[in-house]
Write a protein that binds this ligand. Sequence first.
Ligand code: IPE
Ligand code: IPE
Ligand code: MG
Length: 239
Amino acid sequence: MSEIEPNIPANLKHIAIIMDGNGRWAQKRGKKRVMGHKAGMERAREMAEYCGEQGISVLTLFAFSSENWKRPQDEVSFLMDLFATSLKNESKKLHKNNVKLVVIGDKAGFDKRLQKAIDNAEELTKDNHGLLLQIAANYGGHWDITQAANQCLMDGIGKITEDDISKRLVTADVTDVDLMIRTGGEQRISNFLLWQTAYSELYFSDALWPDFDSKELEVAISDFAKRQRRFGQTGEQIG
Ligand code: IPE
Ligand code: IPE
Ligand code: MG
C-alpha cells in the first residue's frame, strides 16, 4: 500500500485498464510467456485493492479479448485455468472487501467449469456496494455493440436511439470510462470498450503490466487530474 495519500479527483469514477505486456515481461526474464500472466494476475489484485481503498467507483480490467482465442492453444488453456483458479481463490477476499465482481464479455464462449466459477463469484458478491470490479473476458467492443443492437431488435425497437444501445451494453448502468490506461507501450484500443470510452482520457505507459504497480497508477491519476475535459465545449465554458 502506498504511503503517499493521492488526491483522487472528484471526476474520476471509472478507470479501465488494458493490461498489456505480460508475455514480453516474462520473455525478458528468459521465462515462458505464461509466467508473465501469473505475475500480471498479482498486479490485477493489487490494482483492485488500491482502487477499493481509494474510493474509486469502478475498475474495469481487460483480461482476455475476443481475439485472444487466436493465440497458441497452450497459452489460451493456461489463461482459462488461471482465470478459473483466481476467481475461486480471490472471491472470498473480494467479498470481504465489499467488492462487487462482474465479468463482462461473451460468457457463453467459456467452458462449463469456468462459467460456473464466474457465476459463483458474481453471486457471492452481487449485493456489495464498494468497488465495482468488471473483468472483461472474451470481450470485444464490436461484440458488445452488436449484441446491444440485437437486443434492440428483439425488443421490437423500430428506430434505435443512442440511449437504446447504451442501456443494452454489458456495462448498462455503469458510468462511462473516465480514465483509460494501457500498459506495455502500444498505443491502441485493441477492441476494448469502444462506446464507453467516447470521452475517456487516455494514458499510455511503457511499463509492462507486471511492472505497473500502484505508484505507476498514482502517476496516471495525477496526469488525469491536470487535464481539462471539455466534452465538446470551449475551455472558457468549462472554466
Ligand atoms: C496481456 O499481455 C495479457 C493478455 C492479452 C491476455 P500479453 O500476453 O499481450 O503480453 P505481450 O503484449 O505479448 O507482451
Ligand atoms: C489486448 O492486448 C487484450 C488484453 C490486454 C486482454 P493484446 O496483446 O491482445 O492486443 P494487441 O494484439 O497487441 O492489439
Ligand atoms: Mg499484448
